[in-house]
Design a protein around this ligand. Sequence first.
Ligand code: ST9
Ligand code: ZN
Ligand code: ZN
Length: 343
Amino acid sequence: MPPQGPQTTESWVLYETDLNKDATPIVPPSAEKRKWKIVWRNVIIFAMLHIGGVYGAYLFLTKAMWATRLFAVFLYLCSGLGITAGAHRLWAHKSYKAKLPLRILLTAFNTIAFQDSVLDWARDHRMHHKYSETDADPHNATRGFFFSHIGWLLVRKHPEIKAKGHTIDLSDLWADPVLRFQKKYYLLLMPVACFIIPSYVPTLWGESLWNGYFVCAIFRYVYVLNVTWLVNSAAHMFGSKPYDKNINPVETKSVSLVVLGEGFHNYHHTFPWDYKTAELGEYSLNFSKLFIDIMAKIGWAYDLKTVSTDVIKKRVKRTGDGSHKEWGYEEIHELSQEKINQD
Ligand code: ST9
Ligand code: ZN
Ligand code: ZN
């Protein structure tokens, strides 16, 4: 039986330190009910964006020129890397370092993605890791799929987020002039990068501005938002836990493919400093790793952090759920068989 108790950050921290690793997996308790302060402006904007996104998907599949379709995919990859290789792995987790040209490139890509400035994104994400599955986690997945996917952007934040926010140190990010520039001019840069340029460029090869807008701006934007949100929702719910059975995040290959390698979420929450955000980081399922490796080859990325096989193996055996393909049930079974034979 998982322990029951009021859902506060403190109580969950207590459970964590009290973990008996051999006992039934201890999952974070569900959040207590709360009174929502709905932000209707966001509800209306996101509803309209999604209607426009569905129409854009229809144009993408049926009417857009091939060059326009390819450009939309190109923008998906660029803006996706601005989140994965940029806001997430470089800035929120400092899992590698980047020279100025790469920081400028990733900030530009990140602005195309319009998920708010890197400084704001990284602040919420550091909270998500530090206070995972509690009210101080902006997209607390114990509130269910809808809340962790999009709902958290439709309501005022929980007071715990603002109360505990001061425990997050962002001085390393504020020290970067590129990020300060993005934050200062965000309301000018974002519309140009996310909507105006993506809509205009396809007219250069004869596409209509209408198709350019709905396919390369709206559909592409809504698509990237939704696949990103899947990491907060699906990747905290449906999958296996080979590295740590005591947390909610899971491994999900299908999500990983569309989020450029960010679906190995049980691994990522266990070893958040690994630049691969996955144990193996095969390129086919981890386009972001391919990108960072190429950047490292040309000298723009350096000090790539990772985790040794030995540390991973020990952790898998200590806290994994047995589903690890090399050190899972069979190896655990063999070890216990050996022990029985010795006794
Ligand atoms: C978007 C973000 O979609 C998506 C993030 C997803 C993260 C996924 C992570 C998964 C791993 C990576 C996988 C990547 C995969 C990518 C694949 C790509 C192919 N700490 O926020 P406010 C304080 S954005 C400390 O307004 P409200 C602070 O004082 C979409 N303090 O709260 C703040 O003032 P300031 C586009 C904090 O009023 C003040 O509170 N953007 C913290 O409750 C007010 O903050 C939108 O649609 C903190 N963490 O409003 C905008 N947070 O900022 C949506 C707050 O001046 N957001 N404070 O310092 C909003 O409209 C509002 O934030 C709200 C809450 C209505 C949701
Ligand atoms: Zn993370
Ligand atoms: Zn997570």
